[in-house]
Design a protein around this ligand. Structure first.
Ligand SMILES: *Cc1c(COP(=O)(O)O)cnc(C)c1O
Length: 396
């Protein structure tokens, strides 16, 4: 997830253009801003690049998810199905919206298992948020069909897979709404930022209004704009959007380098006995931010992860023990520890996450290691990396 590796003149120029005008706000100030609309331009270019009609930039990926849930009318008491392997933000947005997260298993795609999803759907299920983890995709077409058949609203968390596609169609564009993050470690970054995308004009209008205190952005005078709905402030600033705009224009070259580096290291590692690779529903569409592989069992995986780190093979994660990405370590969610009085706490009947048992997900996550793919790797870096990896696997 390498956008930060390639900051340069383009990002600097965009930011300087904003600083020259002094207009850091995305709306209004028409005279002062000298025709510079970084957020609006980013939205237009992103919509075109991804192939969707509407795109709204916001403060973060977490904000994007929260906005999408609100625009889709998902909230108090509704159930939303989520995978246990994601960044914790997916859960946070569901909880903040007032809805109840319901966990469903992942499969060897490292994403939501369509079969498990089917059995998790209840009469209270209003939405499902599959998460396209680690640069690659869920079985999104199967999931979309299930949603269509059951009337459940599909919102995609594509925060980790910006630029990835399934059968040529952008991840994030299969559901009613899709969400991206441009936080500091994502494929492209703007410091803090996110986007919600949709092809539905009405949902777009609700989203962009909700993210700016319910304003409808009609007319030229902000003081006289209508505010037909309640909302909040999830806006992005022009400074962040300026960085993101420069990064977006580098997306194709980022993907190309990532895919090339991943293909080389994957090819080298295919000779290693006892590992198998993550199942990727459409290899061509993989954004290639990570190479994820399975070890035969939990002890071997844990031992391998620590030996890879000791051997200086950086950027490898054993998610099963990681605090941020897998339910197993989320005591705060299991105990519902929050300074906020969450609507879910008021429910008489609610799931007890402490008792939650997800054997299929545990069996997969306990054997998984992901290696981050860097843009800056030279052929020599890759050869040296492989030498270290080979040594580790010979010892095991
Ligand atoms: C990064 C991320 C988010 C949240 O994005 P922020 O911009 O950091 O708020 C949500 N979901 C997933 C899967 C992520 O990786």
């Amino acid at each position: 997830m390498p956008g930060y590796e390639i900051f340069g003149d383009a990002e600097r120029k965009e930011v300087e253009e904003v600083l020259e005008t002094g207009v850091l706000f995305r709306y209004g100030f028409d005279q002062l801003r000298k025709g510079r609309w970084k957020t609006k331009t980013f939205e237009e270019e992103l919509g075109r690049r991804i192939g969707v009609h509407y795109c709204h930039l916001c403060a973060s990926g977490t904000a994007a998810l929260t906005i999408a849930l609100a625009a889709c009318g998902i909230g108090a008491g509704d159930e939303v199905i989520v995978p246990p392997f994601t960044f914790v933000a997916t859960l946070e947005s569901v909880l903040l919206s007032g809805a109840v997260p319901v966990f469903s298993e992942i499969n060897e795609t490292l994403c939501l298992d369509p079969e498990s999803l089917k059995s998790a759907i209840s009469p209270r299920t209003k939405g499902v948020i599959p998460v396209h983890m680690c640069g690659s995709m869920a079985q999104i077409e199967d999931i979309r069909k299930i949603c269509e058949e059951t009337g459940v609203i599909l919102i995609e968390d594509a925060c980790q897979s910006f630029g990835a596609t399934f059968n040529g169609k952008a991840l994030g564009s299969f559901g009613k709404m899709g969400c991206y993050s441009f936080d500091p470690v994502k494929t492209i970054t703007c410091g803090e930022g996110g986007a919600v995308i949709t092809n539905d004009r009405n949902l777009y209008l609700l989203a962009e209004g909700y993210a700016d205190h319910g304003h409808n952005h009609q007319g030229n005078d902000r003081g006289l704009e209508g505010h037909p709905i309640l909302g909040t402030n999830f806006r992005i600033s022009e400074l962040n959007a300026a960085v993101g705009l420069a990064q977006l224009r580098k997306l194709d070259s980022i993907l190309e380098r990532q895919r090339r580096n991943k293909a080389i290291i994957k090819d080298m590692m295919s000779g290693v006995p006892d590992i198998s690779f993550r199942k990727i529903p459409d290899e061509k569409g993989d954004s290639a931010t990570f190479l994820s592989f399975y070890l035969p069992d939990e002890p071997t995986a844990r031992k391998t992860a620590s030996e890879l780190a000791a051997a200086g093979v950086d950027g490898c994660t054993y998610w099963y023990d990681n605090n941020w990405h897998y339910l197993r370590q989320w005591e705060h969610i299991k105990q519902l520890q929050s300074p906020a009085k969450l609507p879910m706490m008021l429910l008489q009947e609610r799931p007890d996450y402490k008792k939650l048992h997800l054997p299929q997900s545990d069996a997969i996550m306990s054997r998984t290691i992901s290696m981050q793919i860097k843009l800056s790797w030279s052929r020599q870096d890759l050869d040296q990396r492989m030498e270290k990896i080979n040594k580790v696997f010979k010892q095991c």
